[in-house]
Design a protein around this ligand. Structure first.
Ligand code: NAD
Length: 468
């Protein structure tokens, strides 16, 4: 703990200089980060292959590319984001000038999960650096090779008193959470999100929580079945389903459900053509560890015991820690696979007769991070949106909203608090300081000073009637 306190004190000392840095300096840091990421691609590929058997193409597509996009977006927009924003004033405040200044929060902590170790650590860091903060990064202990790689990369880009990597597990994270931080950006499970929120309360530290949940995919009778199946299969089985934006389960109109399941199985056969369980270099990532393998296998067994049918997959290989993409039909709604966040390559397809039934079912729990709607009818999409809540919605595709930095990203209640990406990420790491300048020696507001009398009352009445 002493070491962490000393580290924090060093970052505190550096805080003001970093906060006062101009846009050009921040952009240079981001450019350097981009260059190091590009130069170290092979090292990152190898680290993630070792951590959970993720293939190089998927590392590039789901870790390197989105961070680079985030960097480029920040560089293009940083001058505008940093500029004080002039705002208008109400009539009685005539003679004043008002602006919003965006100031760095100070020393921030970024705690990240294992499932996208680079993206979910360096993505928030881009926003923190753009906003002029010093940062401590605490990557997941489950992906030690990626954490080592990031430590080397950060060391080569930033002064060690400006951005530091602290490696360790829950205990290290708990110690970090006791520091009087200026913001905590946490990505991970809802369970740990609660712990983070409680710890933040002790220091009244602001938080962004990017959490989990069960994101549904509605497939209505007017959907294009083949393209829906392709998008769902890709969105669910990328990173072996270990993705917060993966559709957790499908709610399919009964009239198209059989056709959809057949199309899903065909799509999976195409996606996994290089990837049987023993393949040395499969396209599909492995499961992070044995305990998650056991958890997922027992979810399949529980579903089958309660009457579910395995329409595709179902096999596991413990030596390679790989699980076949598995589609389940006829699933009892009380099964674990429908009660817990799956976070793996299992896809239950639940059928409904009336859309309202499906909405009632998905609405019985806190709003999810994402909600997917497959339909050709705008009014059906509108109906689903008006009867539901979620952090984000994608119509006729899966997960791609994550890649648009113009869209704020985040959840609601158990799926998260606050927003990240692009300008929203910059704002998460900034204090919006309201600055007002009085330019008149005798401002009109003096008319409202005491002693109060008839004139004051008339002015108040006039004010209430005419001024807004
Ligand atoms: P996790 O909550 O177990 O761990 C996340 C981080 O918290 C790790 O760095 C870990 O060391 C730390 N941690 C663990 N226990 C802690 C404790 N008691 N106190 C303080 N810190 C602690 O999550 P995970 O298993 O690494 O990741 C999977 C979860 O993350 C899933 O629930 C998934 O939905 C969620 N997730 C959300 C998003 C999003 O953007 N909303 C993205 C990816 C993953």
């Amino acid at each position: 703990m002493e070491e962490l306190r000393a580290l924090f004190a060093r970052l505190r000392l550096k805080e003001q200089a970093v906060a006062q840095s101009n846009a050009a300096t921040r952009k240079n840091k981001l450019l350097k980060l981009q260059q190091e990421l590009l130069d170290r691609r092979e090292e990152l590929h190898e680290a993630m292959r070792q951590d959970f058997g993720k293939c190089a193409e998927e590392v590039d597509l789901t870790e390197v590319v989105p961070v680079i996009l985030e960097i480029r977006h920040a560089i293009r927009n940083l001058d505008r984001w940093m500029r004080p924003a002039k705002v208008r004033m109400p009539l009685p405040l005539i003679g004043t000038a008002s602006e919003i200044h965006h100031e760095a929060k100070g020393v921030v902590l970024i705690v990240s999960p294992w499932n996208f170790p680079i993206l979910l650590t360096l993505g928030p860091l881009v926003s923190a650096v753009a906003a002029g903060n010093c940062a401590i990064l605490k990557p997941s202990e489950q992906t030690p090779n990626s954490a080592d790689c990031m430590e080397r990369l950060i060391h080569d880009v930033f002064d060690e008193d400006e951005v530091a990597v602290v490696k360790g597990g829950p205990q290290t994270a708990s110690s970090l959470l006791t520091l009087p931080l200026d913001h905590i950006f946490f990505t991970g499970s809802t369970r740990v999100g609660r712990i983070v929120m409680e710890a933040a309360a002790a220091n009244m530290t602001s938080i962004t929580l990017e959490l989990g949940g069960k994101s549904p995919a509605f497939v209505t009778d007017s959907a294009d079945i083949e393209s829906s199946a392709n998008a769902i299969a890709w969105g669910k089985f990328t990173n072996a389903g270990q993705a917060c934006v993966a559709p957790d389960y499908v709610l399919a109109d009964k009239r198209i459900a059989d056709e959809l399941v057949a199309a899903l199985c065909a799509a999976l056969a195409r996606l996994t053509v290089n990837s049987d369980l023993q393949t040395a270099r499969p396209d599909m990532a492995g499961i992070i560890n044995d305990s998650h393998m056991d958890r997922l296998e027992s979810m399949i067994q529980d579903a089958v015991k309660r009457g579910a049918t395995i329409a595709h997959g179902g096999n596991a290989d413990h030596t390679s820690t790989r699980l076949e993409p598995t589609v389940l039909t006829g699933v009892d709604l009380e099964s674990r696979v429908m009660q817990e966040e799956i976070f793996g390559p299992l896809l239950p397809v639940i059928t409904y007769e009336r859309l309202e039934q499906a909405l009632d079912f998905s609405n019985r729990v806190d709003p999810p991070l994402a909600l997917y709607i497959f339909t050709d009818e705008t009014k059906v999409a509108d109906r689903i949106m008006s009867r539901s809540k979620s952090g984000g919605v994608v119509i006729n595709d899966v997960g791609i909203h994550f890649a648009n930095p113009h869209l704020p990203f985040g959840g609601i209640k158990s799926s998260g608090i606050g927003r990240s990406h692009g300008h929203a990420g910059f704002l998460a790491f900034s204090n919006q300081r309201s600055v007002m300048r009085q330019r008149l020696r005798r401002p009109p507001t003096r008319a409202f000073y005491p002693p109060y009398g008839e004139t004051t009352r008339k002015l108040i009445d006039w004010f209430l009637r005419f001024v807004g």
